[in-house]
Design a protein around this ligand. Structure first.
Ligand code: ARG
Length: 279
C-alpha cells in the first residue's frame, strides 16, 4: 500500500485587493495614531507596502490593485473599502469627511471588476476594518466608526449572522486593530479594547480565544492577516508570534512602521475578496 507523503499544510489561495500608498501622508487626525507634525517617509511606506504585497504573492495568493487617487492619503487602507462575502459586495460609507470619497472609488472598482451583487450602504461602515468574517458568524464593531445599523444592513444583504461588539479604547478604533482570526474558528483579541458586555459575548462565542497583551496590541499586532496557515504579523508583536508558532501557524513578520503612523498595519492594507467565481 502506498502511503501519502507527509507534507506541510498548504493554504488554499486567497484573493486580496490592495492600494499602493503613492499618495500616502498624514495630513489630518481621525485617530490617535495620526500626528500631522510627525512627518512620514512615503518612499519607506511604499517599500513596506510592496514587501507585503510580494509576500502575499510568494505565499501563492492573488493580489489585485486599485488605482490610488491623489488627495486621498488613507486610500492605502483597502480593508476599509468594503466587505466581500460569498461574492457579495457590501460597500463602505466612511465616517469622516476626509475619507468619504473612498467609498464610491472602491464601489467603482468592484463594478469594473465584474462584481454584480453590490450593495451601496445606507449606513456608515468602514468595511472589513469593522467586520471580521469567521466560519459561523461575522463579528462587527461599533463605537468609533461603523454604526450598529450597518451591522443589520450587512446581515440582511450578506445572509450571514452578524454579532455586534462595542469598542471602547480610541487607540483601537477599528475591530481589526483589536481582534484577529488566525482561522475561521479561532480568535485572538485584546480584551481592553472591548466593553464588558462585548467581552462576555466573545468569551461565550470563543471560550478558547487567545488573549493578546497590551504590548502586542499597541504595535497593531492584531492587525494581522491569516490564510489559515500563514500569519502575516507586525514584526514587533513578538509574544503573539510565539503563541501562534506554538499553535502551528507559520508566522511571517512584516515591517509596517511607516503606515502605522496613520494607525494602520498589514490587515488595514488588505481587503479580502471572498469570491471564487470572480477571478
Ligand atoms: N488613517 C486611517 C483611518 O483612521 C487608518 C485606517 C486603518 N484601517 C483599518 N482597517 N484599521 O481611517
Amino acid at each position: 500500500m502506498i502511503r501519502p507523503l507527509e507534507s506541510a499544510p498548504v493554504a488554499p489561495p486567497r484573493h486580496y485587493l490592495m492600494c499602493r500608498p503613492t499618495h500616502f501622508a498624514v495630513e489630518y487626525t481621525i485617530n490617535p495614531w495620526m500626528n500631522p507634525d510627525a512627518g512620514v517617509d512615503r518612499r519607506r511606506a511604499i517599500r513596506q507596502w510592496e514587501a507585503l504585497r510580494d509576500l502575499y504573492r510568494s505565499l501563492g495568493h492573488r493580489v489585485s490593485e486599485i488605482e490610488p487617487i491623489e488627495g486621498l492619503p488613507d486610500m492605502v487602507f483597502a480593508a476599509n473599502g468594503g466587505l466581500v462575502v460569498d461574492g457579495r459586495v457590501y460597500g463602505a460609507r466612511f465616517a469622516s469627511a476626509e475619507r468619504t470619497p473612498e467609498g464610491p472609488a472602491y464601489l467603482d472598482w468592484f463594478h469594473n471588476a465584474g462584481y454584480t451583487r453590490i450593495k451601496e450602504p445606507k449606513h456608515v461602515n468602514e468595511g472589513e476594518g469593522d467586520f471580521i468574517t469567521l466560519d459561523e458568524v461575522i463579528l462587527a464593531a461599533t463605537g468609533f466608526r461603523t454604526e450598529a445599523a450597518a451591522h443589520q444592513e450587512a446581515e440582511r444583504f450578506l445572509g450571514r449572522p452578524v454579532v455586534t461588539l462595542q469598542l471602547v479604547d480610541p487607540r483601537f478604533y477599528h475591530l481589526d486593530t483589536a481582534l484577529f482570526a488566525p482561522s475561521g474558528d479561532r480568535v485572538v483579541y485584546y480584551p481592553g479594547a472591548f466593553s464588558e458586555g462585548s467581552r462576555r459575548v466573545l468569551r461565550s462565542l470563543y471560550p478558547d480565544a487567545i488573549p493578546a497583551t497590551e504590548a502586542d496590541a499597541a504595535v497593531l499586532g492584531l492587525n494581522a492577516v491569516s490564510d489559515g496557515h500563514n500569519v502575516v504579523l507586525a514584526a514587533e508583536a513578538v509574544d503573539l508570534a510565539d503563541r501562534l508558532r506554538d499553535l502551528g501557524y507559520a508566522v511571517h513578520p512584516v515591517q509596517m512602521g511607516e503606515l502605522r503612523k496613520a494607525g494602520g498595519g498589514a490587515k488595514c492594507c488588505t481587503l479580502e475578496l471572498r469570491d471564487p467565481s470572480v477571478r
